[in-house]
Design a protein around this ligand. Structure first.
Ligand SMILES: Nc1ncnc2c1ncn2[C@@H]1O[C@H](COP(=O)(O)OP(=O)(O)OP(=O)(O)O)[C@@H](O)[C@H]1O
Ligand SMILES: [Mg+2]
Length: 403
């Protein structure tokens, strides 16, 4: 297809005798022609339809061509304008160029010359759009890198802290156990307010358990490639995880649907880590649904990749939280209920396995987490740039109509 074909061209000229034949001839060259007899009409046409290039007469009753040009520059930065000036008023054309016109031609216009000018304007517009798209792509990639690096540095920091906390935690735990032993001794049988002491020790023990859960999740995350690759059957893993979480779901009136039968699902990966991912996604989905809803776990595959998704009919994730849910300790659960580490750990595992995770969510409707994994090590390499990028921000933003 010719580069100028299907471009929307707006002819703005008060002389119908000039416009009509021009419209016919330019139409034959493949342009989509729109017309306006003055500045006001031009504004109306541009409000209703996209316009790539405006061919604009300078001398018109009402708004002058220069005024219309100023209005176009202000409101439609991407539209190019070619001015048509009178024979004796080339200075209008020069002024027009200063005000942002692509170029000007003097009337009477030589048709081929006009077509050539329009072609150049279209080409300029195309180049600028390409530049803009490239800049947007670069900005998105940079944002993606920032998120990945941020997660990595947060990981280093939080696992460092976890190491540091683990030792004092062990001492507190032992001391609490020792206090319990002492309290249970015969000599303390009549200790005043003994139940209060027991109660306080119980609280210390519960808090230690919670803190330990956090440090273990984090340390597990950093315990690098003990990742154990072997033949892994995703159908089996899905069945196991669904069964494991099924009781809780059933109690809450949540139906778990499995859509795995059409897939092959056997890959070269780490079954323990995938089970953890499935479990984290499924428990999150159960929490998000709350009660009476559906969770669908599906499995699809191609020759080189396998994709599984966990989709729920739960509360959805507001846009402002989508950027945060993979950060360690981000949780919207009430204090004491969630560690905020489930997705952080999930993200680390998927990175290690050479996969990626995408999210689609609608507030009030539900959420789908989709995980793509390479079928073999070789496929893992061919996933190229995505290999170490857990969150595909591009897809996430594209796929997220959350308002
Ligand atoms: N399927 C989902 N639907 C809605 N929100 C979700 C879903 N999955 C995760 N989230 C949001 O992401 C947050 C972080 O999830 P993550 O699994 O990391 O931690 P958590 O579930 O809060 O805690 P834990 O995993 O320790 O129970 C959740 O608190 C919730 O706000
Ligand atoms: Mg969770």
């Amino acid at each position: 297809m010719n580069a100028i074909e299907n471009n929307h061209l707006l002819l703005v000229d008060d002389e119908t005798d000039f416009r009509a034949p021009l419209k016919k001839r330019l139409g034959k060259r493949g342009f989509i022609i729109l017309e306006a007899g003055n500045g006001d009409e031009c504004q109306k046409v541009m409000a209703d339809a996209p316009v790539d290039v405006v061919v604009l007469d300078v001398k018109m009753p009402g708004m002058s061509g220069i005024e219309v040009l100023e209005w176009i520059r202000e409101n439609y930065q991407n539209t190019e304008v070619i001015l048509l000036t009178g024979h004796a008023s080339a200075s209008d054309g020069v002024e027009g160029i200063k005000k942002g016109a692509f170029d000007y031609l003097t009337k009477p216009v030589e048709f081929e010359h006009l077509v050539q000018k329009i072609g150049q304007a279209v080409e300029k517009r195309r180049r600028e759009q390409e530049k803009k798209q490239e800049a947007e792509f670069k900005a998105r990639m940079e944002q993606q890198m920032i998120t990945t690096e941020r997660l990595a540095s947060l990981g280093t920091l939080s696992t460092g802290i976890a190491h540091e906390i683990d030792n004092p935690l062990a001492i507190i735990k032992e001391s609490a156990e020792y206090m319990r032993i002492l309290l249970n001794k015969e000599e303390h049988a009549q200790l005043p307010r003994k139940p209060d002491f027991e109660n306080a020790i119980g609280k210390i023990e519960t808090a230690i358990e919670r803190a330990k859960r956090i440090t273990h999740q984090l340390l597990g995350f950093v315990r690098k490639p003990e990742t154990f690759f072997t033949q892994t059957d995703l159908k089996v893993l899905v069945a196991e995880t669904v069964e494991f979480a099924g009781k809780e779901a059933e109690n809450k009136g949540i139906k778990i649907v499995r859509d795995v039968e059409k897939a092959n699902g056997v890959i070269w990966s780490d079954p323990y880590e995938i089970r953890q991912v499935l479990f984290n996604l499924l428990t999150n989905a159960i929490a998000a649904v709350g009660s009476d809803g559906t969770i669908t776990v599906s499995l699809k595959d191609t020759d080189s990749r396998v994709m599984f998704s966990v989709e729920d009919t739960g509360e959805g994730i507001p846009k402002e939280n989508l950027e945060k849910i993979f950060e360690p300790f981000f949780t919207t659960k009430p204090p004491g209920k969630g560690t905020g580490l489930g997705l952080y750990v999930t993200c680390g595992i998927i990175n290690r396995l050479g996969g990626k995770i995408d999210i689609t969510s609608r507030v009030g409707k539900g959420t789908r987490f989709s995980v793509t994994l390479p079928r073999t090590h070789k496929a893992c390499e061919s996933m190229g740039d995505n290999k170490n990028i857990c969150v595909d921000i591009l897809n996430r933003i594209k796929g997220d109509p959350a308002k």
